[in-house]
Ligand binder design. Structure first.
Ligand code: HXC
Length: 260
């Protein structure tokens, strides 16, 4: 896979996707959105990938937002098209059958914060800064920020961040549930790889079903969500991994999962 705006490295079941526009703090223009869409479409079908890490190149930014220079001249129809491209990408990442970890190495602002929130987990370097500063530009979040921030940190805190445009530190992001953990900047990728390796060693079908149960379950009432979870639990018993996982426990040995 070769992309103008991305670097992709696949090793030991983990794909590292790096957005590579450091001169513009990895800002998202249409080309980056398209590259990311193509990359995730391909990675989700790649059997040698169990987990994906998404990060930005350079020490300063994960993604400093959608590209303001590219957005400034858009008319209303073009702006809506741009927002829809972003929404489609966020949904693709969110529904990716493999877990996606955002390794947030600096600014995650606007579309960058929205991209990080579409990932399953966010590990923040201590220099990370999160925010939805769109109101400073006379617009609102357009890649799902109003939806995902309120679901992640609650309506009141989401409104405060979106209405004020304030940035929060990595520690504050951790405190409010926006970041899963904070690590020293030099440890960020090692920590993301360590989490990815731990996940890659589990039964991939079970991990995929768990992701579906959590994400879809949150959009259902508790009764339907419970039945959906029970059905997926039952479906696990159609896999070799369930037989292997339970047999390995009884044999007091490490399970060897195959994803079948
Ligand atoms: C385009 C950007 C950019 C962006 C930074 N750059 N952010 N270009 N779009 N979102 C460019 C700068 O113009 C500059 O280019 C270079 O990156 C370095 O940035 P500086 O501003 O010089 O760095 P610094 O002073 O350290 O400030 C960092 C910063 C600031 C605080 C992150 O760049 C900033 O406020 N950026 C904008 C953040 C933002 O508003 N994001 C939300 C965008 S709206 P040159 O060529 O001058 O070196 C959005 C909407 C999403 O995301 C939904 C769309 C539908």
């Amino acid at each position: 896979m070769n992309f103008t705006n991305l670097l992709i490295d696949v090793a030991d079941g983990v794909a590292l996707v790096t957005i590579n526009r450091p001169a513009a703090l990895n800002a998202l223009n249409i080309d980056v959105l398209k590259d990311l869409t193509d990359a995730f479409s391909s990675l989700q079908k790649n059997d040698s990938v169990a987990c994906v890490i998404l990060t930005g190149s350079g020490a300063k930014a994960f993604v400093a937002g959608a590209d303001i220079a590219a957005m400034q001249p858009l008319n209303a129809v073009e702006a809506a098209h741009f927002a829809r491209l972003g929404h489609a990408l966020m949904s693709l990442i969110e529904s990716c059958p493999k877990p996606v970890i955002a390794a947030v190495n600096g600014f995650a602002l606007g579309g960058g914060c929205e991209l990080a929130m579409a990932c399953d987990m966010r590990i923040a370097a201590e220099n990370a800064r999160f925010g939805q500063p769109e109101v400073n530009l006379g617009v609102i979040p357009g890649f799902g920020g109003t939806l995902r921030l309120s679901r992640l940190i609650g309506k009141g805190r989401a409104k405060e961040l979106i209405f004020t445009g304030d940035m929060v530190s990595a520690q504050e992001a951790f405190r409010i549930g926006l970041a899963n953990k904070v690590v020293a900047s030099e440890d960020l990728l090692a920590e993301a790889h360590s989490m990815a390796a731990k996940i890659a060693a589990k039964g991939p079908v079970a991990v995929r079903f768990a992701k579906e149960a959590i994400d879809s379950g949150l959009e259902m009432d508790l009764d339907r969500a419970g039945r959906f979870e029970a059905d997926l639990f039952g479906l696990c018993f159609a896999t070799e991994d369930q037989k292997e996982g339970m047999q390995a426990f009884l044999d007091k040995r490490q399970a060897k999962f195959t994803g079948r």
